[in-house]
Design a protein. Sequence first.
Length: 246
Amino acid sequence: MQSAHVSEIFNSIQGEGPYVGVRQVFLRFQECQLHCAYCDTPDTRTFSDSCRIEKEAGTCDFIKVNNPLSRDYVQKAIRKLWTPSTKHIALTGGEPLIHVGFIRELETGYPLYLETNSGFPEKARELGNIIDIASCDIKLPEHEATDHYHELLEKELETISIFRETSETFVKIIILPETTIRSISPAVEGIASIDREIMLVLQPVTASGEKKGVPPAVITELMDFAGKKLKDVRVIPQTHKLVGLL
């Protein structure tokens, strides 16, 4: 039986992308191969010996348990946190595709919503058609996610192409104040080469502390550029941060 290092399991509202406002049980895995400058969960990049699990849905009251967690334990935790308005299990991280074997063994009967940095196309293939919705990130050079940007971009586009064949798929790109048409162009062109119908969500980075927000003129310029190549371009901020949700 598979086990996995998990950061947390809780019930909350999806705050990003076109499914904003949908209630989900979040299964947040540990470990990530990237080091994005804007990351809001840097503690999940590496393994830790503990995980927190919400006691009851929506209470933000957690218990700590030891890692790694067995498949059966995680399934029971998810079922306990499921509510009548909950729609999906959100597989997030960290990077959930690192734990593809564990995901394949999950047997909850609930739809799976994958949030991935898209850097593992070979692992995406292993999931076949068990993912219902794939939220695929594309990183930009200014994200400082990797020292091998073009290699990562190729993998991201391949992952998007794989999920496009089996799942509802959209792409999300984080926009920083310094993002330009030049930096976003290879990503937009790559998406369009797969399918112009793929939805692109431009997500302005959330301002906090010394982290500045994105000027409106930058957002609209990038949106219009992408709109020349793709049929469905949207700007959606991190709404859960606006209302203080996890």
